[in-house]
Structure formats: C-alpha cells, structure tokens
Design a protein around this ligand. Structure first.
Ligand code: PLP
Length: 421
C-alpha cells in the first residue's frame, strides 16, 4: 500500500491499520473495492437515518444541482431554504420560530452559544456563564470543546477553552444532585444558558438519563433566568424514538441544534432554531445588535433540498413505525446481557443500544477499543466502541436478522477480546 497524504479524524496513524476503501453505499451496507460487504451499525457516525442513498434524497440532490449551487445567503434567498425553515419550525418543539443555517453540529452549537450571549448583551443583562452536563459532547471546535467534557481529546487546547459550570451527570437515583447543582449555579444571576444533550450523551459513552430529569433541568434553568439549549445534533430525527428527544419530556427549549440526520445524513447541513424572544433581541434599528455570524456554505441549496426530501420521507413513509420497531428490537435483546459478568449497564433508548464491557482500564483509550473495532470489522461489521462501551446505532432500514448478527458478534467479541475479571 502506498502511503496516503490523508490525515484522518480521530485516527492514530502510528498504530491503526489502513481503513477499507468503500466504493458503494446502499441501505445499511457498504461495499469495499474488493467486493466485501460491511454492515454500517453506527450509521456512518450517527448521520445516516433511513439508510445510505435513500432514493428520494438522492433525487432531490440531483434535481437541485441542475439549477443551483452555493448562493450568498446574506444577500439572496432561495426556495429550498425558505421551505425547509418553515418545515423545521412546524416539526420542532413549540415556540421555536426562527432557523439559522450552518454546516455542522459544532457550528450549530457555536451559533447557539452566540445567540444566548448575544440575547443578554443586547438586552443589557450581564449573563455570560454556561452550564453543561458532565460527560457532554458538543463538537470539536474551540467553543464546542469548551462546553464539552475535558479529557485526553482536548488537554492540549485547554488554555484556549473557556470555563463553564459543570453539573454532575444525572445517574439513576442521583438526579436530584444534578438539579440542586443547577439551582445553586443559577443563584448568582450569571447563567445565560444551560446546554444539554437530551436523554443520551453520545460521544460521552452513550450515557442515558430520563425524560423527567430533562423536564426538570429545563424548569430549573428557566427559573434561574437562563435559556435552555437542547443539542439534538445526535438525538434528533428519530434516534431516541421521537422526532426530537425533547418531545419525550414535553420540553420546548429556547434553542435547538440539529445536524447529522437533518439531510438523512446525505450532505452536511445544520440548523440552530430559536424562539421569537431570542430573534427579537437581535432585531433592532441599532445595527450593532445584528447576529454577527455566517459560514460560507450557510443554507447550501442542495443540502437544503436534501433536508426537504428527508422531511418528505418522514411524511410519506412509515418512518415512525420503523423507528418504533427498531426500538422494540433493541429492548427485546437487552435481557440477554442480564447476569453475564462480562458486561455491565446494558441500556437502550429508541434506536440506540449500548453496553459496557468490564475491563481493567476503562475510558476512551481502553486497550480493548481498537481490538474490538478490528474484531467487528473482521466480521464485516462497522462498530466503533467508545472505549469499553460497545453501542449500536444502525440506520432505520436495518433488519432483525442483521441486528441478531450484531448482537451475536457482541457476545462473541466479549469472549475473544475481553479480559474480564
Ligand atoms: C456529533 C455531535 C456534535 C458535532 O457535530 P459535527 O457535525 O461533528 O461538528 C455536536 N453535538 C452532538 C451531541 C454530537 O453528537
């Protein structure tokens, strides 16, 4: 193999083998250049919802690209963005009335933070602190890293990161400690925003907490005068069983971030939705109150058309039923882990299932991580454990026999690579 100039994401070039070359993606499957097939059990990093290359989404991309490419969105508008914004407002939790487009989950979060701080500054209120959940992940840009969990991923950049209030993760039975910490943090009147991943902390190890706690977090945040920001970049578009995870809790956030599944995963696009209050705080004849943010590819017409097609798929196909069936299939397989000492904390939320392997060196750099990855890939399964946490987050078109294959492989993997004590 000739050496490649590529520098891959989250990839240790000194030790990791060259990844397979994919020449075709279809449904839940990838095909390599040597004709091998790989089951994409993690939806290509949580973005592919219905399946790879859904025909309606591909058709929208093809058709739109015959008429439009990137347009400067500060100066012109176009139908795909106008229509998509209206669709998103109609689908999102109550009260979210405005849509700001960007191009990744990280930028959607940066935009949310800027909207929150800008709102209070424009109102002349000195609120600049942000509270987050311990173990959270919100992206890899500097602001997004600042509000995320600190650790080996960002230790080198620590001097650039701003300080935030960290609330203990609401472990089952200890939720009150989280709410109390938020209540205390809110007393100084400094909190601008409380930012959380609703129900499932993705990159933080697929940690899950209940809808009641989410509702309480939103309530306490509001009581403290802070804006409640839901990072639904991973949880949106059916992942937790509802279109948005906030629906499980009846929570209407002040700001909602969405990306990953927004285009069904086909193209990069993100949106930050905000209430009329937040928009209005930036609407003024005083031009210094403008929301000063843009990205070159904001509201890309082809990506917006892909997202509109995704909304169409949700409307025209029984996606909610597919999601419910997948959730039931995961739930039915959880008892298989009961009493097996090699595993701990088997858990599922909607289309996401996770289990921890008992190892001596838990954490993201757990020795078992790369071994597991290689093990699964050797069986034609794309699974990327987070340290010792093995999780499945397949596209919604995955079949029950395919799921069985994945679960069987998890048990086999525990026997082969696990060193349980
Ligand atoms: C993936 C993710 C992000 C970052 O999205 P990118 O598109 O990778 O920048 C932000 N928040 C959550 C919850 C995510 O899972």
């Amino acid at each position: 193999m000739t050496s490649s100039p590529l520098w891959r994401p989250f990839f240790q070039h000194a030790v990791e083998p060259t990844p397979p070359t994919i020449v075709e993606a279809s449904g839940a499957w990838l095909t390599t250049d040597s004709g091998d097939r790989i089951l994409d059990a993690i939806s290509s990093w949580w973005v592919i919802t219905h399946g790879h290359r859904h025909p309606a989404i591909m058709e929208a991309i093809r058709k739109t690209s015959e008429r439009l490419d990137q347009l400067i969105f500060a100066s012109v508008t176009h139908e795909p963005a106008e229509r998509l914004a209206r669709e998103l407002v109609a689908l999102a939790p109550e009260g979210l009335a405005h849509v700001f487009f960007s191009d990744s989950g990280s930028t959607a979060v940066e935009v949310a933070l800027k909207m929150a701080l800008g709102t209070f500054r424009n109102r002349g209120e000195a609120r600049t602190r942000v509270a987050v959940l311990e173990g959270g992940y919100h992206g890899d840009t500097i602001g997004a890293m600042s509000v995320g969990e600190r650790g080996v991923f960002n230790a080198a950049y620590e001097p650039l990161l701003f300080d935030v209030v960290r609330l203990p993760f609401p472990h089952p039975g200890r939720e009150q400690a989280t709410l109390d910490a938020l209540e205390v943090a809110g007393r100084g009147g400094e909190l601008a925003a409380v930012l959380v991943e609703p129900l499932v902390l993705g990159a933080g190890g697929m940690r899950m907490y209940g809808a009641d706690t989410l509702a309480e977090l939103a309530r306490v945040a509001r009581e403290a005068g802070a804006l409640f920001v839901a990072d639904e970049v991973m949880t949106g578009w059916g992942r937790t069983g509802a279109l948005f995870a906030c629906e499980h809790a009846g929570v209407a956030p002040d700001i909602l971030c969405t990306s990953k599944g927004l285009t069904g995963g086909a193209l990069p696009l993100a949106a930050t939705l905000a209430t009329a209050e937040i928009f209005d705080a930036h609407r003024s004849t005083d031009r210094s109150k403008t929301f000063f943010h843009s990205s070159s590819f904001t509201a890309n017409p082809i990506a917006c058309a892909a997202a509109l097609a995704n909304v169409g798929v949700w409307r025209d196909e029984p996606v909610a039923e597919r999601v419910a069936a997948l959730a039931a299939h995961h739930a039915a397989r959880m008892p298989r882990f009961d009493g097996d000492e090699r595993f701990a904390n088997a858990r599922a939320c909607g289309t996401i299932a996770a289990v921890d392997l008992r190892v001596d060196d838990p954490g993201y750099l757990a020795e078992v991580g790369p071994k597991l990855r290689a093990f699964f890939l050797g069986r034609g399964l794309l699974v990327r454990p987070l340290g010792e946490t093995i999780y499945l987050m397949p596209p919604y078109c995955v079949t029950e026999p395919e799921l069985d294959r994945l679960y069987d492989a998890i048990f086999e993997a525990a026997g082969v690579v696990g060193a349980p004590r």
